[in-house]
Structure formats: structure tokens, C-alpha cells
Design a protein. Sequence first.
Length: 123
Amino acid sequence: MTFEEQLKTCARVARRGRQVAFIVPRAPDERVARDRCTALTPADAARRGALIYGTGVVRFVQASSASFVLAGFSGFVVLDARLEVSAGMMRELGDLKDACAMLFPEGELERLAQVEDTQAVTP
């Protein structure tokens, strides 16, 4: 999945009322990803580090601080396709997985992104 496809998927899932965190490599990439996501799928509102789609939000988070910023986060976590994952990053993401309430089955993000009728989506 390309960077643009990932952003479109995140926006579609957020439009369905879900929370999505998009993990980027560095701080400057947060703005690049947010601006590109807005260009691909216009948001209802924007705030620093996030785009709001109805009741859902796409948050853009720097990888090095993801486990702290997303502590207690209950939603989908998507890694930027351009992110280079090191051993330290794997440990950080393991901590993130433990900290977040990640109760979604494999493939759920993609399924939600493809559903056309929002009534067909079960919370």
C-alpha cells in the first residue's frame, strides 16, 4: 500500500467515526502527511497534528514519541509506508501495542475502508 493509499484509507475509516493514529518517521513528516491527507480527502476540521472527519479523527504522531502520545489510545494505528523500522522502533511499537486498546482483528481497517454503507459497520 502506498503512502497516499494509506492516507485515503485512514480518512475513510475516520469518516466512519473511528480513531486512527498515523505514525510518521519524523516531526516534519507530521505536517506533510496531514497536508497530503487533506488534499486527498478534505477534512471537516483540522487542528495541530490531527484531521477531524465527522466524529472520527486521524492523528499524526512522530514514531519516537508514539508510545507516550498514544497511551490509552483506543483506535487503529497505521505505520507510514516510508517508515524504516529498527530494533529500537520494534521495542517502542511493542510498548505502544501494550499501551493501546488494540482489540481489532487483522484486516479490520481495510474492511472498514471498503464499506460503502455506514449502517453496515458494526462498532
